[in-house]
Design a protein around this ligand. Sequence first.
Ligand code: G6P
Length: 372
Amino acid sequence: SAAEKGGYDYFMLKEIAEQPKAVADTLLGRIDAAGSLCLDELRISAAELREVDKVVIVACGTAFHAGLIAKYAIEHWTRIPCEVELASEFRYRDPILDPRTLVVAISQSGETMDTLMALRHAREQGSKVLAICNTNGSTIPRESDAVLYTHAGPEVAVASTKAFLTQLVACYLVALYLGQVRGTKWGDEVGAVIRDLSKISHEVERVLRTMEPVRELARTLAGKNTVLFLGRHVGYPVALEGALKLKELAYMHAEGFAAGELKHGPIALIEEDLPVVVVVPSPRGRSVLHDKIVSNIQEIRARGARTIVIAEEGDEAVVPYADHLIRIPVTPTLLQPLVATVPLQVFACELATARGNEVDQPRNLAKSVTVE
Ligand code: G6P
């Protein structure tokens, strides 16, 4: 009913709008006054976490993209090797696991069969499993050694939005907590990240207030067949997620690529007026990464692409090459997915509407896939 949708036309619109609160709620009570993390709720002790020598993340769909982003954070902040794998692949390839492997299973519903089978397999090998889940008491957290709940609230739309943002927050918390208990790389940077994380829901709110041009742009692209997405570093999984949203909702051919792979194939797809969304990393700090993507934008534009550039406020270097410029707030590199994903959700939702598709219940898809 309209009341359930809080006055929005679709649950998805409501859930997109709820993201600042979902993010804030997922942080609530998990950072103390001194700026340290308190995750006593994890049933894995600090001593056990100090023994971990490898992290393996398993998930499906959008949750898998959260896992891909988590890898960058975990390896950077903790120096523990981290692998990320689709649950459906992991289970059937005889993965190497032992009691020092921490397996992280990410699932909004807590009922995805492939993820459940993967975690059962991991526990049989003696690994500890930590679930990141949005649904209290669901099967995946019940069968795990520990759980960190995301507090997104119920997500009804089939395409995941607010659950994804809170999965990212939970992944950052796990990464930072591993750093905290192990004392590795635990310095100014991590303390500063926790402070930035506590402010990030306001940044998500700011992004939401500037989405009208994104909706207008989406409507003009309703007749297109293909949209490509490019990113580097954590912008690469964001590109994959942007493409997934477009497939799910707009039924368009959408592909995400690592911008560095352009020359190895994707550039052959570029033709006149092909929309290409590019997620640009911050020009501060890792400027090499930024310079590289600016040249990628130049390369595709020279071949006719219509460039839709998502870039930080104040990033002037991209301006000459952006046919459409979508501004996002300044954030630390690793946290950028929390703000960069939002315009892509809005973009896909508006395109679906413009194409006359059912936003909350896309054809052929289910909210939770409980069969293999
Ligand atoms: C389905 C949903 C996706 C979701 C995926 C994993 O495909 O349509 O939105 O990302 O399952 O679901 P989970 O509940 O495990 O996060």
